[in-house]
Ligand binder design. Structure first.
Ligand code: GRF
Length: 187
């Protein structure tokens, strides 16, 4: 069974998605561990509730956080790394040795890059009067949001769409897209 690690800085909504997909036997994965850079990340509580090993790794806990993350991934034989709202850049050492996958809340290459996350993305989409937005599941390389696109799903904005309403729709679409993308990768 494939071991995966989930990296998250806050809620780790992707972890919920993967746990449900495994429970529903849609994906056959072993969610081996969770790594966060944020002491107060709610994802730590989720990991505990599901008896998933978790690690806090950041520049305060480790002089070279990415080396530590690489070591944890290697020691736990994780083949895939899923970024579920992980706000740090991933080192090339990690992206070279592991398949790192991210969910981005827009149709890359538009609305990607440093600083483009969460509400900032949706506000930019709305301010630019876009008719469609969507979700991109992509491989992660050493640049923000530039890795190979695995799958995209679109949605059409309604008149009067706000960043809040768009965020809710995008998050729902991400759940579907992430599971579909992983099923595609693991085939
Ligand atoms: C996802 O919605 C995705 O857009 C991006 O980070 C968000 C997850 O944040 N990768 P969280 O899981 O709600 O903290």
């Amino acid at each position: 069974m494939i071991n995966i690690a989930v990296l998250a800085s806050h809620n780790g909504s992707g972890l919920d998605t993967l746990l449900k997909a495994c429970e529903d036997k849609i994906l056959n994965l072993n969610i081996k561990l969770v790594i966060t850079n944020n002491t107060n990340a709610p994802v730590l509580e989720k990991a505990k509730a599901y008896n998933i090993q978790s690690f806090l790794v950041n520049s305060k806990t480790n002089s070279h956080p990415d080396d530590t993350i690489h070591q944890i991934l290697q020691e736990n034989n994780c083949q895939y790394v899923i970024l579920a709202g992980y706000m740090k850049k991933i080192s090339i050492k990690i992206t070279n040795d592991f398949k790192v996958i991210n969910t981005h809340p827009a149709l890359l290459p538009k609305y990607g890059g440093e600083g483009m996350y969460g509400r900032f993305v949706h506000e930019a989409v709305i301010n630019n009067n876009e008719v469609i937005s969507g979700v991109t599941i992509h491989e992660v390389n050493e640049e923000y949001d530039e890795g190979k696109i695995i799958l995209q799903k679109e949605l059409t904005l309604i008149s009067g769409e706000t960043s809040e309403t768009l965020e809710g729709k995008i998050k729902a679409l991400e759940k579907i897209a992430l599971v579909e993308a992983l099923a595609k990768c693991l085939k």
